[in-house]
Ligand binder design. Structure first.
Ligand SMILES: Nc1ncnc2c1ncn2[C@@H]1O[C@H](COP(=O)(O)OP(=O)(O)OP(=O)(O)O)[C@@H](O)[C@H]1O
Ligand SMILES: [Mg+2]
Length: 185
């Protein structure tokens, strides 16, 4: 018997642009409270369901930030029928055996611990809370042979470190915030 399970999420205009982009690397810049973390979680689940058995990682800079912004958002918005959450491992297993790993990295040493991991999809919420080196180490884990790996990140576009993107990380940015066009980065 087939059942309809609905996710209560209607993307706003910027969120829709974020979801529609098929690029390998996408950076979503936007104002505080604009829905970046929410969109990252939704993108993660959608991609996970389109790619059975995928190994996915979503990062913040501290466990508290991860829990407050990502895990909380995931549990509030994604119907529990769609996943099994392992509280000890901080992972969600989707019904198609994709695994979403909720993780934090505080610094480059933390990031180094992931060097042997092969990721299909990497999401970093608040990219600019990390050093370029940390992001580069994590991005080097994107070496899936099963799927074309994808990188999705968010950032608040204010501040000097904002959008270290294109030049340094070789991210083909699309930042949707007035005054911060991809070509400026
Ligand atoms: N399209 C949407 N539908 C329903 N709720 C949404 C939507 N977009 C955002 N929200 C809700 O709005 C609130 C703020 O969104 P979110 O935390 O994703 O913003 P943010 O851009 O990440 O903010 P911050 O810059 O503070 O990290 C959250 O409670 C989130 O669940
Ligand atoms: Mg956020």
């Amino acid at each position: 018997m087939q059942r309809d399970i609905r996710i209560d999420y209607v993307p706003n205009q910027k969120q829709a642009m974020f979801h529609e982009s098929g690029e390998d690397d996408v950076l979503y810049g936007g104002a505080k409270g604009g829905g970046k973390s929410c969109a990252l979680v939704q993108e993660c689940v959608a991609w996970g369901y389109e790619h059975p058995g995928a190994n996915m990682y979503i990062f913040r800079e501290t466990y508290d930030a991860l829990e407050q912004n990502i895990i909380k958002e995931f549990k509030e918005k994604i119907p529990p029928e769609l996943y099994k959450y392992n509280e000890g491992k901080h992972t969600a297993r989707l019904l198609n055996q994709t695994v979403i790993n909720f993780r934090y990295v505080a610094n480059e040493d933390d990031a180094t611990k992931y060097q042997g991991v092969s990721m299909d999809w990497l999401g970093i919420d608040e990219l600019t809370k990390h050093t370029e080196k940390t992001v580069q180490i994590l991005r080097s884990c994107l070496r899936s042979t099963k799927y074309k790996p994808k990188f999705r990140a968010t950032c608040n576009p204010g501040g000097r470190r904002a959008c270290m993107g294109k030049r340094h990380l070789h991210i083909s940015n699309r930042v949707w915030e007035e005054g911060y066009q991809g070509s400026d980065l």
